[in-house]
Design a protein around this ligand. Structure first.
Ligand code: IMP
Ligand code: MG
Length: 335
C-alpha cells in the first residue's frame, strides 16, 4: 500500500484542491480519501477549463478514481447529495465513484442550527463543530445509521484490506482546512474541530509505513477567515485581496491577509514531515512586485522573486529536510 498526503500548512485555502487534482492526473491512484472536516471546506478546482467548488467530495472523481469520504470526516446529507447531482450534471460520474465510510459522522439540522448561533469563532456555520462534539460525546449519528447513505456506504477495513479488486492500493489523502486551524496546533480557540495534520490521514485506516510523499501546500502570503483579528497593517493587503480573489469559497466572506509567517510554516512542515512543498499564488506577488515575509520579529523584504525563492528554498533545505522539493506556482498555473 502506498499513500501520498496533501496537507495545508496555513489556514486553509492554499490550493489543496489544485495540488490534489494535479497529482491525480500524474499518478495511478486507486483511491482519493478525504480525511477530515466536513462541508466547511471549499476546494476550488479547474478541470478541463471549467471551475468546480467541492465541499465534501474528493477530487478523484475528475479522473475516474474512487473517491472516499473517510471515517475522520463529518458529512451533511443534503450538501453531499446536491454536490453529487451537480457533478453528474457536469458529466462527472460521481454516483459511481463516490463512497462514504460507514463510521463517518452525520451533520444534522440540529448541529447546523447550533453552529448558526456562533458569534465567537466565526465558523462557517455548517454544523461542523457540533457534529464533532457529539461524536466525541458518544451520542453522534454515524453514516451507517442513516439509510440515505446506503448506496454509497463502505466499510473502510474491507475496502482497504479485504477487497479483491485492489491488490496494489495507491491512495491520495486529501486534507481540509490547515495547520493554523488544527484543533491542537492552531490558534485555539480560533480553530476548526478536526485534526488537519498528517496524523489525521493515518487515522482513516492506513498504516504509517504506507506513506510515500507528504505534499505541504502554502500560499506566498497568508489568509484567514474567522473572528480573530489577523490582517496586518498595510494598504497593500486590500489589493492582494482583490487580485487574489480572496473571498471564502464556502461562505463568500472576505479573507484577512497577512505576510507569510515563516516560523509557522517551518513548524507545520516539521510536524507534518513534509517532503514536497508548493507555494501558490506567486502571480499575485508578480503583480504587486512586493516580496515580503515575516521571520521571527522581523519583516524581510526581498528585491525580487528570485531572491525570495532562493531564501525560502535554502532555509527549508537547511532547517527542515535536505531532500525537500520546493515548487512555486501561479494561481491557475500547473505545478
Ligand atoms: P468551522 O470549521 O466551520 O467550525 O470554523 C472554524 C474556523 O475555521 C473559522 O475561522 C472558519 O472560517 C475556519 N474554516 C473552516 N473551514 C475552512 C476552510 O475550508 N478554509 C478556510 N477556513 C476554514
Ligand atoms: Mg477552501
Amino acid at each position: 500500500m502506498i499513500a501520498d498526503i496533501v496537507v495545508d500548512l496555513q489556514y486553509g485555502d492554499c490550493g489543496k484542491g489544485k495540488v490534489s487534482h494535479a497529482l491525480c492526473e500524474k499518478k495511478k491512484y486507486t483511491h482519493v480519501i478525504r480525511y477530515n472536516g466536513g462541508c466547511n471546506a471549499g476546494h476550488t478546482i479547474y478541470h478541463e477549463g471549467k471551475k468546480f467548488v467541492t465541499h465534501h467530495i474528493p477530487c478523484g472523481v475528475f479522473y475516474g478514481i474512487r473517491s472516499v469520504i473517510g471515517p475522520g470526516c463529518v458529512i451533511h446529507p443534503e450538501t453531499f447529495f446536491s454536490e453529487i447531482n451537480k457533478l453528474e450534471e457536469a458529466g462527472i460520474p460521481a454516483k459511481k465513484l463516490v463512497k462514504v465510510a460507514n463510521n463517518a459522522h452525520v451533520i444534522t439540522d440540529f448541529h447546523r442550527a447550533q453552529d448558526n448561533k456562533d458569534n465567537k469563532i466565526g465558523t462557517t456555520k455548517r454544523g461542523n463543530g457540533p457534529a464533532y462534539r457529539d461524536k466525541y460525546d458518544r451520542r453522534g449519528l454515524r453514516v451507517e445509521e442513516d439509510p440515505r447513505f446506503s448506496k454509497y456506504m463502505i466499510n473502510m477495513y474491507e475496502e482497504l484490506y479485504e477487497n479483491e479488486k485492489f491488490k496494489e492500493l495507491e491512495i491520495l489523502f486529501e486534507g481540509a482546512q490547515g495547520f493554523g486551524l488544527d484543533i491542537d496546533w492552531g490558534d485555539y480557540p480560533f480553530v476548526t474541530s478536526s485534526h488537519c495534520t498528517v496524523g489525521s490521514a493515518i487515522l482513516n485506516g492506513v498504516p504509517p509505513k504506507a506513506i510515500r510523499d507528504v505534499w505541504g501546500v502554502a500560499k506566498i502570503y497568508e489568509t484567514y477567515v474567522g473572528a480573530k483579528v489577523f490582517e496586518g497593517e498595510d494598504e497593500i493587503f486590500e489589493e492582494i485581496r482583490e487580485l487574489g480573489e480572496e473571498y471564502g469559497s464556502t461562505t463568500g466572506r472576505p479573507r484577512q491577509i497577512n505576510w507569510l509567517d515563516f516560523d509557522m510554516l517551518k513548524m507545520a512542515a516539521n510536524i507534518n514531515g513534509v517532503n514536497k512543498i508548493v507555494f501558490n499564488k506567486m502571480d499575485i506577488f508578480d503583480k504587486i512586485d512586493k516580496w515580503n515575509l515575516l521571520y521571527g520579529p522581523n519583516m524581510y523584504q526581498f528585491q525580487n522573486r528570485d531572491d525570495m525563492e532562493f531564501w525560502i528554498k535554502s532555509k527549508l533545505i537547511l532547517e527542515v529536510d535536505e531532500e525537500m522539493e520546493i515548487f512555486f506556482s501561479g494561481d491557475k498555473e500547473k505545478i
